[in-house]
Write a protein of this length. Structure first.
Lengths: 111, 112
């Protein structure tokens, strides 16, 4: 199945710094989702985007649905230690039932 | 808590044995998904139900895998004659709307 390309693969940042990550696809999606996964747990939905160009915030998290419909971005402001985890993007076609996931961005926050 | 519930959370089995995982979706959700995730990878789609109908299956779902959702509520995923390559986390997700899915905590399978 298709996997989306996420970058960077991993990030090591100081507490308080801002974080940016992105996700690209060779195909157009009509919905982009961002999840956070802690070790041994299932992914937890952070933000859902339903329209090209849409910018949505959830606390310190902001995500954007790219205009081309082939990419999405996630920003985390003023990172804190509990932001540590793996962040996954996911996309779905309008008429499809299958959600395609990225390869993940591993975030480490150094206190 | 009324999220997606999976059982068991961890299973260690000997190669060749059968295992079954259960998923209870969020109560009003009519769509249910199974995904598989290995270390360092994102979740990979296995199969999808709308109510009790299994509408889509991935090529990853070999003949040894079978999933059911008999009454359109809970679902089971059975793996027969397990192989070491089946070791992974099996994730269940559910949704009401087509374009947003919520995951359970996952069921870890280790085949020894």
């Amino acid at each position: 199945g298709q996997q989306l390309n996420q970058s960077p693969q991993s990030m090591f940042i100081q507490e308080g710094e801002d974080v940016s990550m992105n996700c690209t696809s060779s195909s157009i999606f009509n919905t982009w989702l961002w999840y956070k996964q802690d070790p041994g747990e299932g992914p937890v939905l952070l933000i859902a985007l339903y329209k090209a160009g849409e910018l949505t915030s959830n606390g310190r998290l902001t995500a954007q649905f790219g205009i081309t419909r082939k990419d999405s971005f996630l920003n985390i402001s003023a990172s804190i230690p509990s932001d540590v985890g793996i962040y996954f993007c996911a996309g779905v076609y309008y008429a499809g039932n299958q959600f395609y996931f990225g390869t993940g961005t591993s975030l480490t926050v150094i206190p | 808590d009324t999220g997606v519930s999976q059982d068991p959370r961890h299973k260690i089995t000997k190669r060749g044995q059968n295992v079954t995982f259960r998923c209870d979706p969020i109560s009003e959700h009519n769509r249910l998904y199974w995904y598989r995730q290995t270390l360092g990878q994102g979740p990979e789609f296995l199969t999808y139900f709308q109510n009790e109908a299994q509408l889509e299956k991935s090529r990853l779902l070999s003949d040894r895998f079978s999933a059911e959702r008999p009454k359109g509520s809970f679902s089971t995923l059975e793996i027969q004659r397990t192989e070491q390559g089946d070791s992974a986390m099996y994730l269940c997700a559910s949704s009401l709307l087509r374009n947003t899915i919520y995951f359970g905590e996952g069921s870890w399978l280790t085949v020894v």
